[in-house]
Design a protein around this ligand. Structure first.
Ligand code: ADP
Length: 446
């Protein structure tokens, strides 16, 4: 096992990794930007190094500075967390060239699965259903119109390099497809420096269900069942749960096996999430693979009892998983709410500022993963997520009640957060019945 690693990230995921390291007897080195200088979690790491000014481009995304920090700190490996450099194959390659283990997949499989067009092809080869769409990339509007007329409207234009809901537009006819294509491409070029686009049929009122995978370097791969991430706002997840209330045992089994087939086909190791959309008839379609640990990993940890960050460290160090598929079971129901510093009453506008009152909830079945505290400053420079509230109870009904109780207890002042929005969603009878789709918030939450 490693004796010392660097964490190339910030916030709650940096703290989550520090905690796993501490329990495994691994020394952790945190990096921080000038904006995060006073963050309390830095004191829990064994060492911390400033890597530059607040702007992510000059700090958390700055590869030379992170590699220099790793060399100064004399670490054996780097954990990238999620976001920032976590899915940057070039960064993984540089780590390798510098003799530092990248705690994630190989640069090669990251590149392959990170390209959504190539990943669709991989899924098809693994005999996993993909959303009907273009065979490969679509070069221009005229070709997009031709394909759309073949598969039928509505369609969704997506960026090969897409992520975080960017570079994606829905079109209902030839005319709107022209503008959707141009807008999605421009967004993708600006965000990912890559204007490669493809087309999918827009699945009407789908559910988003994803499968957690972990694979070691010896070729053993297991799944940890599914997470349902249907509650989204503008294609960004807000509430996640496991198990999915929508799946029957047979579909669950098929979905998990399909996800494993994609991963095995790619000779993949480390953590991965295989994402699917399900239509109202429970037909499932592969959409993409995320080659990193996900924000919502705790719900899987709660229902399976496995620590996914520790497993990631273990397989990165070359150790075998040490258990088989049949050893992984799931019990009860876990929910996660993302507490973002955003004002739901003002169209989810970001709400940075200083937190003067912070009282997290507690009690049976409640887990709070956060890096903030009373007097912490929420920076305008980074993602607005300031906490994850996770519950685990024997049944979904109990999990919903515990989550609502915990959300009511949670006091974060004076900044606005997504807490009231989460309470409203959990109180809605369609959510309680499990009858939602990815458009639920836009349709029912004003
Ligand atoms: P990103 O990588 O940007 O998160 P994804 O491909 O994972 O993009 O899609 C994010 C979300 O967008 C999905 O969970 C779903 O809500 C919506 N979406 C993506 N593709 C489709 C599709 N073909 N039909 C309907 N909704 C889609």
């Amino acid at each position: 096992m490693f004796s010392r690693i660097l964490i190339a990230n910030r916030g709650e995921i940096a703290l989550r990794i520090i905690r796993a390291c501490r329990e495994l007897g691994i020394e952790s080195v945190a990096v921080y930007s000038e904006a995060d200088r006073d963050a309390e979690y830095l004191k829990l790491a064994d060492d911390s190094i400033c890597i530059g000014p607040a702007s992510a481009a000059q700090s958390y995304l700055n590869i030379p500075r992170i590699i220099s920090a790793a060399e100064i700190a004399d670490v054996e490996a780097i954990h990238p967390g999620y976001g920032f450099l976590a899915e940057n194959a070039h960064f993984a390659e540089i780590c390798q060239e510098c003799g530092i283990v990248f705690i994630g997949p190989s640069a090669e499989s990251m590149r392959l699965l990170g390209d959504k067009v190539a990943a669709r092809e991989m899924a098809r080869k693994a005999r996993v259903p993909v959303v009907p769409g273009s065979a490969g990339q679509v070069k221009d509007e005229a070709e997009a119109v031709k394909i759309a007329n073949k598969i039928g409207y509505p369609v969704i234009v997506k960026a090969s390099a897409g992520g975080g809901g960017r570079g994606m537009r829905v079109a209902h006819n030839d005319i709107s497809l022209h503008s959707a294509f141009a807008a999605a491409r421009a967004e993708a070029e600006a965000a990912f420096n890559n204007g490669e686009m493809y087309l999918e049929k827009f699945v009407v009122q789908p559910r988003h269900v994803e499968v957690q995978i972990m694979a070691d370097k010896a070729g053993n791969a297991v799944h940890f069942y599914e997470r349902d991430c249907t509650i989204q706002r503008r294609h960004q997840k807000l509430i996640e749960e496991s198990p999915s209330p929508f799946l029957d045992e047979r579909t669950r089994e098929e979905l998990c096996r399909s996800a494993l087939r994609v991963i095995k086909h790619a000779n993949y190791f480390s953590a991965a999430t295989v994402e699917f959309l399900l239509d109202a008839d429970k037909n499932y379609y592969f959409i993409e693979v995320n080659t990193r640990i996900q924000v919502e990993h705790p719900v899987t940890e709660m229902v399976t009892g496995h620590d996914l960050i520790k497993l990631q460290l273990k397989v990165a160090a070359g150790q075998p998983l040490g258990f088989r598929q049949k050893d992984i079971t799931h019990t009860g129901c876990s929910l996660e709410c993302r507490i973002n510093a955003e004002d739901p009453a003002r169209n989810y506008a970001p709400c940075p500022g200083t937190i003067t009152k912070f009282i997290p909830p507690g009690g049976m079945g409640v887990r709070v993963d956060t890096h903030v505290y009373q007097d912490a400053k929420v920076s305008p420079y980074y993602d607005s997520m300031i906490s994850k509230l996770i519950v685990h109870r024997p049944t979904r009904e109990e999990a919903i009640e515990t989550m609502k109780r915990a959300l009511h207890e949670f006091r974060i002042e004076p900044i606005k957060t997504t807490i009231p929005a989460c309470i409203d969603i959990l109180s809605h009878n369609l959510y309680v019945k499990g009858k939602v789709d990815t458009g639920f918030i836009e349709r029912h939450m004003g």
